[in-house]
Write a protein that binds this ligand. Structure first.
Ligand code: BES
Ligand code: MN
Ligand code: MN
Length: 462
């Protein structure tokens, strides 16, 4: 029985600086998947990671797709033992607004315990901990007590179509496993390990409102034709009731699974200081749907938000013009059992219904994500809870999250095994924002947690 991991944990203590240096090399590759000008870097990042898996002792390959490649690695030398599939993404978000960064965004910089760099927490740092844990065990013992597989994608931040197609086509052959481990989220608070059992889904749409065939003089034509920007603002104003915070799209709440009593109790028992919360993000008031606490709204109630609105004159000074068109990007975060396609269709008909005459509205739908809830029972979940407690010294709390990781729902449908959402980040990691960071101690504890998880999984009777 390998429940004692001291051999490997000692090695992690000795070698952790070297793991950190490897992470820094990973972070220096600007693998921004949404911006085509980074294409070579994204491809280079996949190649780098493949090599890294090989030097850790895995059989690894870069799998070509219609989009960015997948990096796949495995070590399957423990027949009869469970198989763990580790998922992560090697792509990162764009860096703008670049002027707000304290250091160049792709130069990992230590500020005390913080490692500041784009991708530090989302998701290079968190998922690299999986690989370093496996590397440490293989180096120490020459073998693993379970089988491991790694699938790391390069398009999570830009739709994730490639991995979606791969997982469906593979249908659990190459990816067959007993559980999936994902570290791409955060802990409830500093020192408070968490096991996430729910993620939101998403429907994302773009609207283009078109009016006159060219920009018009706002004196000559103002008050005579519909201004596309005004029209867009009218549409946006209809989306939510400003008093109750309820989304007004017909049918929006039809399939929403209500919060269960035990969830409301669990959430309410978590420490939550509203003033700290407000101060951390610099707002004076919170806002949202009537009848739900901030935590309930963030984790378990669907939302509708404008992400970008554009058109018209954006330059210095005053230019008097009626724009010929206006644009909008809008996301709806969904909860079980809402269906992204159905919700996108509901928004589309609503928009056409409320658009004022004199403009055309075109709707373009982006790739969505299904909301998920995972079961928190069984020996694998118990192993994960115990492993986290071993390392962080505290029992994990069971929480949900407002973010989305599109492939997790597909894993559940296709592989039919439990998914462990073991986030090592913190809420102040500034993911997607300037000065993204990952606490170095969390990187090390992430490695230790995975070492313990692997050893504890080995003891599960198959
Ligand atoms: N790691 C995040 C998702 C996340 C964030 C989960 C915080 C839990 C807590 C992921 O990389 C991400 O940004 N996902 C996108 C998905 C979208 C592009 C479909 C998101 O949630 O906006
Ligand atoms: Mn992520
Ligand atoms: Mn992200």
């Amino acid at each position: 029985m390998a429940t004692d991991s001291r051999d490997v944990l000692d090695r992690v203590d000795r070698d952790k600086k070297a793991y950190l240096e490897q992470l820094k090399s990973y972070l220096r590759i600007p693998s921004v998947s949404t911006d085509p000008s980074y294409r070579d870097d994204v491809l280079g990042c996949a190649a780098w990671l493949t090599e890294q898996m090989r030097s850790a002792g895995l059989t690894a390959e870069t799998i070509e797709t219609d989009g960015y490649p997948l990096v796949y690695g495995e070590w399957c030398g423990a027949p009869g033992k469970p198989t763990v599939l580790f998922y992560g993404h090697y792509d990162v978000q764009p860096v703008d607004p670049i002027e707000l960064w304290r250091h160049p965004p792709f130069e990992p910089t230590e500020e005390g315990d913080r490692l500041v760099c784009r991708g530090a927490t989302d998701d290079k740092g968190q998922s690299f901990a999986h690989l370093m844990a496996v590397a440490a065990i293989l180096e120490e013992r020459g073998e693993l007590p379970v089988n491991v597989k790694f699938i790391v994608e390069g398009e999570e931040e830009s739709g994730g179509e490639a991995i979606e197609a791969f997982v469906r086509e593979d249908a659990g052959r190459r990816l067959s496993c007993d559980c999936v481990v994902v570290s791409d989220s955060s802990m409830y608070g500093p020192g408070q390990p968490s096991l996430i059992y729910g993620l939101k889904g998403m429907a994302y749409l773009e609207l283009k409102v078109t009016g006159p065939n060219r920009d018009l003089h706002s004196g000559t034509y103002g008050g005579v034709v519909t201004n596309p920007l005004n029209a867009l603002a009218q549409i946006v104003a209809r989306l939510q009731d400003p008093k109750t915070g309820k989304v007004q799209i017909p049918g929006f709440y039809d399939d929403v699974r209500p919060l269960e009593d035990w969830e409301r109790k669990e959430f309410a028992a978590l420490p939550f200081d509203e003033d700290d919360y407000k101060n951390a993000i610099g707002v004076k008031e919170l806002w949202g749907e009537d009848g739900y606490t901030p935590t309930e709204r963030a984790w378990a109630r669907p939302t509708c938000d404008v992400n970008g609105i554009f058109g018209g004159y954006q330059g210095e000074g005053a230019k008097t013009v009626l724009p010929s068109w206006a644009g909008l990007k809008i996301s709806m975060r969904l909860v079980p059992d809402q269906d992204p396609k159905k919700i996108a269709a509901a928004l589309t008909s609503f928009v056409h219904e409320v658009a004022p005459p004199g403009v055309e509205v075109e709707v373009h739908e982006h790739h969505g994500a299904d909301p998920i809830l995972v079961k928190l029972e069984g020996p694998i979940v118990d192993a994960a809870l115990a492993a986290m407690e071993d390392v962080w010294g505290k029992r994990p709390v069971k929480v949900r999250e407002g973010g989305s990781i599109p492939i997790v729902a597909t894993f559940g449908q296709v592989l039919q095994v439990p998914t462990l959402l073991l986030g090592f980040g913190l809420k102040d990691d500034a993911l997607h924002a300037p000065n993204e960071k990952f606490n170095i101690s969390h990187f090390y504890n992430g490695i230790r947690s995975i070492v313990r998880l692997i050893d504890r999984m080995a003891d599960i009777e198959n």
